[in-house]
Design a protein around this ligand. Structure first.
Ligand code: GLU
Length: 311
């Protein structure tokens, strides 16, 4: 589905990784991107990010799609599977190496851990192989050459964010030592190829966004707009336990779970419990706005009461 229509309207997407069933956190991301797309009369695509075969759980992709369907999500076009897009990623890596924007690296994880400082995302690559892989070492991964420049992004929910990639992350990997292309590269290539204009996803990916912005620039592809939905935190502002975020969605209680996700997004809830899933979506699309969504969300929220009133 290459992007041929340059005068397109809104195109959104949901890009789950098939590493387990659809859980509440990813339902919130799916709902946010779906409602934002549909309320702009836009298209909405599903892309299965099944690049990392080592993390894939058998049957998870099918189960995620089935759950989305049971919850009334309707996607446009066909589903894209990243595992079938290797040639496009390989071509981009070659192009970046040719342009001297990326280089082979011969450092093992252990070696980096011994030498590197730690940043918010783990070790900061110290640039050891920038001028060539030292003698006696084999090429393992491919890294992007980064700079000290402050990359800033205006996020529709989180506000303005900035990152100096070289200082905070270091030259990052675009092709891993095990041969798989990295998420950061694949996501950027596929968002451009599918003509995605607006990305709505969880704030766990906020710190990846400057890297993606930087790659878009190096590859000369358009920057989509971003809205990062809040992560759930407890009353003290601590990230909510895995139990809440990772609880699999129960497809047998679709209305309960849809209302809970809508409430989580701080959207107005219907005055009565909708009778059908279609009625739920109609309500939700017609009321949708990014404005009431806070950057961080505290649970238990007062709105839990509202939810109980609907039962
Ligand atoms: N596949 C990523 C995940 O499930 C999401 C990618 C994205 O939305 O950019 O965390």
């Amino acid at each position: 589905m290459p992007d041929t229509d340059k005068n397109r309207g809104y195109r959104g997407r949901f890009a789950p990784s098939p590493s387990g069933e659809l859980h509440f956190g990813s339902l919130v991301a799916a709902m946010g991107s779906y409602l934002d797309a549909r309320s702009h009369q836009g298209e909405w695509f599903v892309r299965m990010e099944d690049l990392d075969r080592t993390r894939e759980v058998k049957g998870a992709a099918k189960s995620i799609l089935q759950t989305l369907e049971n919850l009334g999500f309707r996607w446009d076009g066909e589903i894209i599977y990243q595992s079938r897009r290797t040639a496009a990623y390989a071509e981009a890596v070659d192009r970046l190496i040719q342009a001297r924007l990326a280089y082979p690296c011969g450092c093992s994880r252990k070696l980096i851990e011994e030498q590197a400082k730690y940043g918010s995302e783990g070790t900061i690559y110290p640039g050891t192989c920038r001028n060539g892989v030292p003698q006696g070492r084999a090429e393992r991964s491919i890294r992007i050459l980064t700079t000290d420049e402050m990359i800033t992004i205006a996020d529709s929910v989180q506000g303005r964010i900035g990152q100096q990639i070289n200082r905070e992350i270091g030259d990052f990997v675009i092709r891993r030592a095990d041969g798989f292309h990295a998420y950061q590269l694949a996501v950027v290539i596929d968002d451009a190829w599918q003509g995605i204009t607006d990305i709505v996803r969880g704030a766990d990916l906020l710190s990846s966004t400057p890297r993606q912005h930087y790659l878009q620039r190096l590859l000369r592809i358009p920057h989509p707009t971003y809205a990062h939905l809040p992560l759930a935190v407890d009353d003290q502002g601590r990230k909510l336990s895995k139990q809440f975020k990772d609880a699999p969605v129960d497809p047998n209680q679709p209305m309960d779970i849809l209302l809970r996700a809508l409430d989580f997004l701080n959207q107005p809830l219907p005055p009565q419990r909708p009778e059908t899933i279609e009625a739920f979506w109609q309500w939700a699309v017609s009321r949708w706005s990014l404005k009431p969504i806070p950057a961080q969300l505290q649970i238990p929220a007062t709105s839990r009461k509202n939810l109980n009133n609907l039962r």
